[in-house]
Design a protein around this ligand. Structure first.
Ligand SMILES: [Zn+2]
Length: 289
């Protein structure tokens, strides 16, 4: 193993020891496969977490899954309207959502496809990346898409203190509001991970937590065919579809970009209307304060 990797691992171990995971914490995605996001790496440590952190998180989550305390279904029941994974099932609509943006390699290409098909989507933006690539965030807004908050640097909310969690949201909010003209209402927790008390705080402060019911699993650098199959698998009216338009240096999202026109045509052929999250939930882009 290279010296650098060993140093990284030591840092991660030190971090884990300094901030042990509370066994009584309530993982939200206990039975969800999407939390094994182990592959994202980084351009800089400030922008997103390191691959080592992702891997160690995935391992921890496996342990937590066994303890399975609170599922997304339970959170939806407990906080109706404040924690959602889908929209109304009686309307033939679907919402495309793209996480880990903006990324100069892929976000513009995804925006190009959406513009070509005149489809509006929802982008969950990382504050650290928005600060670095503000023009792409302005473009999302200008082209009619909704911008949501995906934390400042892809932190695992369920492992944060209340203060750290609030700061992840507020810091991103402060970067996004001047770019898009509103304080984003919708928050997507990295990995879909969030504790009950954190949902409660979000609800109290006018935010809505938006996870998904269709996972393209595209973060694994899948070929377009696999992305399309994954989307088709659990699609139903009201579905919120998770995809990525940005990621770490080792992630190849060309499969996502290639699949997108096919997915849009498929959805339209099946009679789906493609809407943004606020359209699906009958709400506005910005937060009630
Ligand atoms: Zn993410």
């Amino acid at each position: 193993m290279k010296q650098q990797s060993i140093t990284c691992l030591l840092i991660v171990l030190a971090l884990m020891l300094a901030n042990p995971i509370d066994a009584s914490a309530q993982p939200s995605a206990a039975n969800h496969e999407a939390d094994d996001h182990a592959a994202i790496s980084i351009e800089t440590s400030d922008a997103m977490q390191s691959t080592e952190q992702y891997n160690s998180f995935a391992r921890t989550r496996k342990k937590q899954r066994k303890q399975a305390v609170m599922s997304w279904v339970t959170l939806e029941k407990r906080y109706p309207g404040a924690f959602v994974t889908h929209g109304p099932r009686n309307v033939r609509r679907a919402a495309l959502t793209f996480d880990d943006v903006p990324d100069p390699r892929y976000t513009g290409k995804v925006l190009d496809v959406l513009a070509r098909y005149n489809v509006k989507a929802t982008f969950f933006v990382l504050g650290s990346l928005a600060a670095r690539y503000p023009a792409l965030v302005r473009r999302m807004e200008r082209e009619g898409h909704t911008v949501g908050n995906h934390s400042y640097n892809h932190a695992v909310f369920s492992q944060l203190t209340a203060e750290q969690y609030n700061r992840q949201i507020a810091r991103t909010d402060a970067i996004l509001a001047p770019l898009v003209g509103y304080s984003p209402r919708y928050i997507r927790p990295p990995y879909g991970e969030i504790r009950s008390a954190q949902v409660q705080w979000a609800k109290r402060n006018g935010y809505v937590i938006v996870n998904w019911d269709v996972d393209s699993v595209d973060w694994r650098s899948l070929r377009s065919r696999a992305v399309i199959i994954n989307v088709r698998k659990t699609l139903q009216p009201g579905s919120i579809i998770l995809q990525h338009a940005g990621g770490g240096a080792t992630q190849d999202l060309s499969g996502t970009v290639e699949a997108l026109p096919v997915i849009i045509r498929m959805l339209k052929n099946k009679g789906y209307e493609l809407v943004t999250i606020p359209e699906m939930l009958g709400s506005s882009d910005g937060r009630r304060q």
